[in-house]
Design a protein around this ligand. Structure first.
Ligand code: ATP
Ligand code: MG
Length: 606
């Protein structure tokens, strides 16, 4: 197994690059598979193939998605498609026809197969076979779970020795086609990979993308990649051709219709016209943010086929499910790839893009810092100070509702047993290891309805006091130590979370959350179907600092006060006060980020 890259290591590596283009290329190198990882996946696919052939003669196990589309990242999931076309032919073949004639690759021992007992036309039956074979016959595979209700039913699995997770889908030839299309795009222009890698990572950091197959309100990586491809189709001159244009370029052997959709396009990038666009990666990334920050996505259809946004009327009758973001699949034209994206997430994309575009106009983005400060992509990936100021960190634990657990064949009441343990574990790490002030926002089961519960007095941010903690986590975690989890917003200072410092004193204002904010957070939780904790890190050194500041206040005529600002005075008292600029660091907390307020010298005119 390969160690995943830590954010600190990534930051270090990126800061050493010479410019943003070099940072983006370096990021790809750091994330992409090594030769060993590629080989390991190949071996796993071969293993699956051999086992499934025993039961379903003639079948093929074909990888698609990030294992082969050019956007591979260490440890990314292993998307597999079980192709049963030949097996169906084999099943339907008349008795006595030699197997080799009707089905290449069929094992002679196929009479032992289970084919006579199942109907390959019934997805649920096949899914159950796949689940059973995976669970019982593939060495090293565990945590097998069928998800029949997914848009494309899959069986999920994990592989112990490699640590890989993946899923096997049926009837997903379109998945293979769109994977080949993404592959073609990466080969068509070398800027595609760095841009997509950076935007996928950025979107994940911003809480915009990440859930595979649209299981929640976030953009899937596939959807995000299509947005980048669309953006590159709209450059002047274009960096990538439209899908309509590709269809015309397809040779006879590449003409293909899958599930009724035209999937013709050249499979070899050498057949494409070379593009004349010479924009740098640095400019393209900044422009991506600017365009998606400015563009109102609702009310239009993003069409990769035509390489432009279309009015909704243009797709009337196409069966496309319209949404806050309507991103038409390049091949399956009746499918909105972003159909799962909520209004709130679409708004969030715009806000994050606007914010990123603003940052990209600064010299901190464009130029390597001479002072060794984070610059370029590094600052782009850091959480936004203003956002943390009001929200803290939000840690969400996805949780299937009771009805869904029932559907999955899990005991709906089993939630209580593991749920308490998970809550206690997370709360222990947050409170006792990371020394966070921690508020639990927990959804309690009330029959089928579930309700958001914010334990009174548990939240510093909410400023409410009084009742003892009531949630399982709080009970398990025990009472809070006054020193560990401060309850007086006037005393300590958030350290790990980079809040903007107030102008006069460089000290952040206490956090408060408006009722509207609370409602938004509750909505977010509802959307995510999750249990969440919001937490803040606090640094005790500031307790002393505040006290001394109070002591200093009446002594206006003291030599210390005359020496300059209160900060200078405090420093001359040797109070472990940090340098102005970067936020102070907790002993156990993360490295401090960049200063929330940058010196004007490194900021370009907006
Ligand atoms: P990763 O696995 O690292 O998230 P990926 O490149 O495999 O990245 P996924 O989002 O997992 O991207 O998509 C893999 C495949 O699943 C796609 O090629 C596509 O066929 C299918 N897919 C994913 N999301 C959607 C979606 N929203 N609509 C339709 N198909 C999707
Ligand atoms: Mg995937």
């Amino acid at each position: 197994r390969r160690e995943l890259l830590s954010p600190e290591k990534l930051e270090q590596e990126l800061c050493q690059a010479e410019d943003v283009d070099a940072q983006m290329r370096r990021l790809v190198q750091l994330f992409e598979f090594s030769e060993d990882e590629r080989r390991l996946r190949h071996l796993l696919v071969t293993l699956f193939q051999e086992v499934f052939q025993e039961f379903l003669p003639g079948c093929s196990v074909l990888p698609f998605g990030s294992s082969i589309n050019g956007f591979d990242v260490h440890g990314c999931d292993l998307d597999l498609f079980l192709d049963l076309e030949k097996t169906k032919t084999f099943q339907a073949s008349p008795r006595g026809v030699p197997e080799a004639q009707c089905c290449e690759g069929a094992e002679p021992a196929a009479e032992d197969s289970i084919l006579s007992d199942i109907d390959l036309g019934v997805a649920l039956e096949v899914l159950e076979v796949v689940r059973t074979v995976l669970q019982s016959c593939v060495p090293g595979v565990h945590r097998v779970q069928a998800v029949p209700s997914a848009r494309r039913p899959v069986v999920k699995f994990s592989h112990k020795d490699s640590g890989l997770c993946g899923d096997i889908s049926l009837n997903n030839r379109l998945g293979l086609c769109n994977t080949q299309f993404l592959q073609l795009c990466t080969e068509a222009d070398e800027r595609v990979r760095p841009l997509v890698y950076v935007l996928r990572y950025w979107a994940k950091q911003q809480g915009l993308a990440g859930n595979p197959h649209g299981g929640g309100p976030l953009f899937t990586n596939y959807a995000l990649t299509l947005l980048v491809i669309f953006f590159l189709q709209t450059r002047s001159p274009p960096i990538l051709p439209t899908v309509a244009c590709l269809q015309q370029l397809a040779g006879d052997e590449e003409r293909m219709v899958v599930d009724g959709w035209d999937c013709s396009f050249p499979r070899d990038a050498a057949r494409l016209e070379p593009n004349t666009n010479t924009e740098s990666l640095c400019v393209l990334l900044a422009d991506f943010f600017r365009e998606f920050g400015e563009q109102e996505l609702s009310g239009h259809v993003i069409s990769l086929c035509e390489g432009r946004v279309l009015p909704l009327e243009a797709v009337a009758g196409a069966g496309l499910r319209l949404g806050p973001v309507t991103l038409q699949d390049p091949f399956e034209r009746s499918h909105n790839v972003a159909a799962n994206v909520t209004e709130r997430m679409a708004r969030r994309l715009r806000v994050c893009c606007t914010r990123a575009a603003k940052y990209c106009r600064s010299l901190q983005y464009q130029r390597k810092s001479a002072k060794g400060r984070p610059w370029g992509l590094v600052r782009l990936f850091q959480p936004e100070a203003g956002e943390l100021d009001s929200d803290g960190l939000l840690l969400a634990l996805p949780l299937a509702p009771a009805a869904r657990r029932h559907e999955l064949g899990l005991d709906p009441s089993s939630r209580q047993s593991w749920f308490g343990h998970v809550c206690a574990g997370v709360a222990f790490v947050l409170r006792d290891v990371l020394k966070c002030s921690c508020t639990e926002l927990q959804r309690q089961p009330l029959g089928h309805a579930e309700q958001l519960l914010e334990p009174p007095g548990a939240s510093l941010q909410q400023g409410e006091t009084g009742e003892p903690p009531t949630s399982p986590t709080q009970q398990l975690a025990g009472p809070r130590e006054p020193g560990d989890a401060p309850t007086d917003p006037g005393k300590p200072l958030a350290a790990g979370l980079k809040r903007p410092l107030s102008k006069e004193e460089g000290i952040p204002s206490p956090v408060s959350v408006s009722p509207a904010r609370k409602r938004l957070r509750a909505e977010a939780l509802e959307e995510a179907g999750a249990v969440s904790w919001s937490c803040a890190l606090w640094h005790r050194v500031w307790v002393g600092r505040r006290r001394v500041r109070r002591q200093l206040r009446p002594q206006h005529n003291s030599p210390l006060a005359e020496a300059g600002t209160e900060q200078e005075a405090a420093r001359s008292l040797d109070l472990a006060s940090p340098e102005p600029g970067p936020a102070p660091r907790t002993e156990l907390g993360p490295e401090p980020g960049p200063p929330p307020v940058q010196p004007a010298a490194e900021t370009a005119p907006q």
